[in-house]
Write a protein that binds this ligand. Structure first.
Ligand code: SF4
Length: 297
C-alpha cells in the first residue's frame, strides 16, 4: 500500500462540500487566528506560516503521480488568499500541469485578504480555476463581531463577498447561529440577514456556535454572553431566514453541529424552511431533531 502523497499537520479542516477534493495545504493555520470562538488552529503545531513553494510543489508532484484523476483541489488551511498573487498563480498553474482533469480550485478566505486583491486580480485567479471561496462571515452585526474579535465588520465582509461575485467566483457564506447569545440574538440575526441580502452569495450555511475546549477564552471579551437554548437557537434562525431576500442562493444548515438539518433554495423553499422551524419550535418532541450525542462537535 502506498502512503498518501501529502503529509498533513493535523488537524486539517475543509467545508463539507469539499469531501471529495484533494486537500492541499498552502499555509499552516490561520493568519488571523484571534476569533475567540474558533479553536481550529490554536494548537502549537498549527501556528501560522505560509508554506514554501518548494514544499507545496513537491506535494503537488507526488499527488499528481498518485492521484492523476483529481478534479477538485481545496487550498488549506484557514485562508489561502493571504498569499500573494504571484504565489497563488504559480500554485494554480502547477496544479493544472499535475492534474490534467482539474475542474475547480477552492479555499476558505478572510475578507481582509480579499480587500488586498483587486477585482481584476481575482478574475485572473478565476481564469486559473478558482471556482468558489468560503467566507466565514459569522455575523453581520458589528457589536457581535467586535465581541468575538473577528477583526472584520459588516462593511468589510459585505465588500469582500461582493468583490468575489464581481470576479465571477462563487461564494459560500457561513453564519454562526447563537454567536451573540441571548442578549444580542435578534440584532445578530437581522444584521446577518442584511449582510447576506446585500451580497447575494451562491450558498448560505449556518453552524451552531460551540465550545468543545470550554468557554473561558470566549467569555473573556464577551462578559455578557448568555448561552442559548435549542428553542432560542431555532427562533434566531427563523428571524434570520425570514429576513432573507434571496432568489438563487442555496441554504444549508446540515452541518453536524445543527439540531435541525435544513436544506433548500431560498427563493422557492423559504416558506417550507420556516414551517420546518416553526414545527421544531412548537413541537420539538415530534420534529426530527438531532440528539446532543448525534451532533458531531
Ligand atoms: S478567521 Fe476563521 S480560521 Fe481564523 S481564527 Fe477566525 S474563524 Fe478561525
Amino acid at each position: 500500500m502506498h502512503a498518501f502523497p501529502i503529509n498533513y499537520i493535523e488537524p486539517v479542516f475543509r467545508p463539507p462540500s469539499e469531501a471529495n477534493s484533494l486537500i492541499l495545504p498552502v499555509t499552516n493555520g490561520c493568519s488571523w487566528n484571534k476569533c475567540t470562538f474558533c479553536e481550529m488552529y490554536t494548537q502549537d503545531q498549527k501556528r501560522f506560516r505560509a508554506r514554501k513553494d518548494a514544499e507545496i510543489f513537491a506535494d503537488i508532484d507526488r499527488a499528481g503521480k498518485a492521484l492523476p484523476a483529481t478534479r477538485r483541489v481545496f487550498l488549506a488551511d484557514g485562508d489561502a488568499m493571504v498569499l500573494s498573487m504571484r504565489r497563488l498563480k504559480s500554485i494554480m498553474q502547477k496544479l493544472h500541469e499535475a492534474f490534467p482533469h482539474l475542474e475547480r480550485i477552492s479555499s476558505y478566505c478572510l475578507p481582509r485578504n480579499i480587500a488586498k486583491k483587486t477585482v481584476s486580480e481575482l478574475k485572473e485567479l478565476a481564469e486559473l480555476g478558482l471556482g468558489i471561496l468560503y467566507v466565514g462571515l459569522e455575523s453581520g452585526d458589528d457589536l457581535v463581531l467586535n465581541k468575538v474579535n473577528k477583526g472584520e465588520s459588516f462593511e468589510s465582509s459585505v465588500s469582500a463577498v461582493k468583490k468575489i461575485g464581481e470576479a465571477g467566483i462563487r461564494s459560500s457564506v457561513m453564519i454562526l447561529n447563537g454567536l451573540g447569545g441571548q442578549r444580542y440574538s435578534e440584532q445578530h440575526a437581522r444584521n446577518s440577514a442584511r449582510a447576506v441580502n446585500a451580497t447575494q452569495p451562491d450558498f448560505v450555511s449556518t453552524l451552531i456556535v460551540s465550545f468543545p475546549a470550554g468557554e473561558t477564552r470566549f467569555r473573556a471579551d464577551f462578559e455578557d454572553y448568555m448561552p442559548m437554548t435549542q428553542t432560542q437557537l431555532f427562533r434566531e434562525l427563523r428571524i434570520f431566514i425570514d429576513a432573507l431576500e434571496l432568489t438563487e442562493s442555496q441554504f444549508r444548515s446540515d452541518h453536524a453541529s445543527n439540531y435541525l438539518p435544513l436544506k433548500g433554495v431560498l427563493g422557492q423553499d423559504k416558506d417550507r424552511l420556516l414551517q420546518q422551524l416553526d414545527f421544531a419550535i412548537n413541537e420539538p418532541d415530534k420534529a426530527l431533531l438531532r440528539k446532543e450525542w448525534e451532533r458531531g462537535l
